[in-house]
Design a protein around this ligand. Structure first.
Ligand code: FE
Ligand code: CA
Length: 510
């Protein structure tokens, strides 16, 4: 369905989607003592978007998770509790939220008035049922001195490609402050009988089937454990909608439904819920998060606001194009987000400035094959970012990236056509939780390494994540891999480590 068709459907279509299959919202009696056909907290709990005084708590009631959730068409009252101990002897905050039928009975709690840099344990109650317990942690006070931050970043968890020992290992790293998920949280693939674990849900194509796909993903115990142990900061990439998706949520019925289902299943703030301006869903995802005076994370949305990549035949030489031309159409972030990025980095006073990013930002010259399908395809937009880093020199820029299903470390150059231009930042691309690379890409990437001297490291293996430890003096990256994604209990080990020193862009092997 085109954007035009979607708009033409207007209020009726939007209302039908918003109200979850035509449930009459105004006559919806809220159930305060619901009874469930089965245990309703099958999808676990999660927390996200931590701040010094609050954190989003998430769950969804789904007694029959793979078949639409199995809930009555009513809204349901859910009670939440936060305690300073895992046994809930010292409950310090509690309240009631409505799990709305039109939002798939998901719950997003925020604004609790918490203490900074503090661990909290949380749980939900609905009727007589109690959820699993989650642990979370608030961020330090804004600008406060911070001597250390530990986090993991991950991406690309194709359910059918294998189990999630990498998520399980993230759960076991109890000292992490936060986890960043950089996209491809689900894949929209049809069940494949030849895969390691065959999906029971069909390929999703509307909001109801995307909900079932999320539910199946979230039944995984390793994934549930990783959510329950740490707060997550999440952004979607393409497969949350479909392969190579780009454009706004409102472009089609399918995209709108997919991104609404994403919000419903993520610990994203209630105010990030898709709005329906002009009858089309609008999902504002780019945002920043800071950890005292040590690190700011700018989370980008590189999918919703893109322009077309340039046609290399038609556009001519990159070097001849004015990359600061505000009218260039080959956008990656859209002007609003790009301005926000520069304003945010320009005013940032943290030691490290991290860009959480979906697709590879480094340049990869590969002739006609092995294209990394990243910012390369939108070269002028990428050059504007690296030239901004060169001109304005925000403190220690580091880009963390997913999407590529393999591991890379690269210098970010002020201007790639000139290999002698300054290194202005560092990029770490983490491998996938499971998704594979494919032999063709592996060979093509390897073949062209020599043409790309700014690339410091490449490893083709999948099934892992990245752990980072940051202090005022240095950034340390540990790349992790499972021995086998065919085994949910597989050991996970560090296979490569890198250090970036304060004030010195570019990573060194540690
Ligand atoms: Fe992926
Ligand atoms: Ca992707």
């Amino acid at each position: 369905m085109s954007r035009r068709t979607f708009l033409a459907l207007g209020g009726t279509a939007a209302a039908g989607l918003a109200l979850g299959g035509g449930v009459a919202y105004s006559r919806n009696k809220v159930l305060t003592a619901p009874r469930f056909s089965d245990y309703p907290f099958t999808l676990g709990v999660a927390s996200g978007e931590p701040r010094p005084d609050k954190v989003v708590l998430w769950t969804r009631l789904a007694p029959d998770p793979l078949n639409g959730g199995g809930m009555p068409p009513n809204d349901v009252e859910v009670r939440w509790e936060m305690a300073t101990d895992e046994n809930f002897k010292n409950v310090v905050r509690s309240g009631t939220e409505i799990a709305a039928a039109y939002q798939a009975h998901s719950v997003h709690v925020a604004d609790q008035g918490l203490e900074p840099s503090t661990y909290y344990w949380y749980r939900f109650k609905a009727g007589d049922e109690i959820s699993p317990v989650g642990r979370t942690k608030t961020t330090p006070p804004y600008g406060a001195p911070l001597s250390s931050l530990k986090f993991a970043f991950a991406s690309c968890a194709d359910y059918q490609e294998g189990y999630f020992p990498a998520y399980r290992a993230i759960a076991e790293e109890e000292d992490l402050d936060i986890v960043f998920h950089l996209g491809d949280y689900i894949y929209e693939y049809a069940p494949d009988p030849s895969s390691t674990r065959v999906a029971k849900t069909p390929a999703p194509d509307d909001i109801w089937t995307y909900r079932d796909t999320y539910a199946e993903q979230k039944l995984d115990p390793g994934m549930q454990a990783a959510h329950a142990m740490h707060p997550w900061e999440v952004i979607p990439d393409d497969h949350e909608v479909y392969n190579n998706f780009e454009g706004e949520a409102g472009q089609s019925w399918r995209a709108g439904g997919a991104l609404l289902a994403y919000w419903e299943h993520m610990p994203l703030r209630p105010s990030a819920a898709p709005t329906w301006e002009g009858g089309v869903p609008n999902l504002h995802l780019y945002r920043d998060i800071e950890y005292g005076d040590l690190a700011r994370f700018v989370m980008l949305d590189t999918r919703q606001y893109r322009g077309e990549p340039p046609d290399p035949e038609a556009e001519g030489d990159t070097e001849e194009k004015d990359t600061f031309d505000p009218n260039v159409t080959n956008d990656m972030l859209g002007h609003e987000q790009e301005d926000w990025l520069y304003d945010t980095l320009d005013s940032s006073e943290t030691r490290w400035n991290v860009i959480g990013n979906q697709i590879g930002m480094f340049d990869y010259q590969s002739g006609s094959d092995g294209n990394i399908m990243g910012w390369d395809d939108h070269g002028y937009a990428r050059d504007r970012v690296t030239r901004f880093l060169d001109d304005r020199r925000p403190s220690n820029p580091v880009v963390i990236t997913g999407d590529l299903h393999c591991s890379w470390v690269s210098d970010l150059k002020a201007y790639y056509p000139d290999e002698d231009s300054d290194t202005v930042g560092t990029e770490f691309v983490g491998t996938s939780i499971t998704s594979g690379l494919g032999d063709w890409y592996e060979e093509a990437y390897r073949y062209h390494l020599g043409q790309n001297p700014h690339v410091r490291f490449f490893d083709e293996r999948n099934g892992g994540y990245v752990r980072c430890e940051v202090t005022p003096e240095e950034w340390r990256t540990e790349m992790k891999l499972a021995d086998s994604i065919a085994d949910p209990e597989s050991p996970v080990r560090t296979f490569a480590s890198f250090v970036v020193e304060d004030g010195k862009p570019g990573a060194e092997r540690a």
